[in-house]
Write a protein that binds this ligand. Sequence first.
Ligand code: PMT
Length: 402
Amino acid sequence: MLQGKVIILGVTGGIAVYKAVELLRLLTKAGATVHVVMTRAATEFVTPLTFQTLSSNPVHLELFNLISEQEIGHISLAERADLFVIAPATANFIGKVACGIADDLLTTTVMATKAPVLIAPAMNVNMYQNPIYRENERRLKEHGYLFVPPACGMLACGYEGEGKLQVPAVILEEAVAALTRKDLAGERILVTAGPTLEEIDPVRYISNHSSGKMGYAIARQARLRGAAVTLVSGPTAIADPWGVKVLRVESAREMRDAVLAELESCDVVIKAAAVADYRPKQRAGTKMKKGAESLSIELEKNPDILAEVGGRKEGRILVGFAAETADLVANATAKLNAKNLDMVVANDVSLEGAGFNVDTNIVKILSKDGKVEELPKMAKDQLAGVILDRVLALRREKGHRI
Ligand code: PMT
């Protein structure tokens, strides 16, 4: 995710410094080279040795370092960086940068950089709500500084409210977003993911093996690239992707209602969900009792959501998936035409490393003009990027401004 990127992690003095250690670990695990700059106050909470060991780089503390002064330390750090992440950022640090005060290594380096600066504030709730702090944050945002909002909860000072340092995984996600080109900015994308669940009785249901990984990967990549994303998800074990509006549903009928309610406010629909084609005709009100040697359950057809959206398509781009185990191209082409799609992502789910509940997929992308693009096995995150590239090309073909 962050391969080849140089990140300066600025750590200022607050109890949340220990969480910056976890953030450093996540940044390096994602492939970034990280140089840590600590304020003097930060070293009171965690020693520089911890950051040095985990970053495999010396920690920078002093504005004037006589040993390395053949390079001007703060300027060289500022120029080397692809991104600055300040976590935790105190009200004091934010106030200083907002007022142009550069009186230590971190403030000087931040003010000398042209790289994006991502600030994760952490402070007492009253400080966070203080109008002077709010003014400083607004001022920095106006100048292009990026912020990760703090979380709400019990603060170290005993107060409850906004001001907790955001969780490291979210700060990592925002760091990735800060380094991602916003070529989908202004687009409103609706994605569906996961299985649907059709109840037989209060304890049993019909469903399938969809984990939601494919659809969540598309939602996440679209958000990183600047789109406003709504994800309609069947039941999955995956946490809501940060920055995405998530609507959780269970049955195909609930998914249909959620998709149709969101349709007006989207330009692109990508349907990766594995929707049950049938549901039990009767749902038993109480647990069905074991009895006869065999049992038949009568099923009735669920709505075909994609076909319905295809009927109301207007200027939207509509992308479907096709999960097949035979005659992949023929079956996917039939779906492309029958459901009025612009594109269908066809996966032969009988192949190893493709389809349900794995981290990779092997697909062919079929377009309305008859083109079939065969893609090699790739991670679902990477495939999500390719699908969004094709969507972007279609949007441009249709004359949209992006
Ligand atoms: O979730 P994962 O574990 O990551 O697995 C990914 C996946 C295998 C679920 C995904 O790659 C995939 O193939 N999704 C579509 C699964 C499916 O239901 O395919 P289908 O060929 O039955 O349906 C064709 C299209 O119509 C799909 O876009 C589907 O969302 C849509 N559909 C189907 C039935 C229905 N009643 N309503 C629909 O909208």
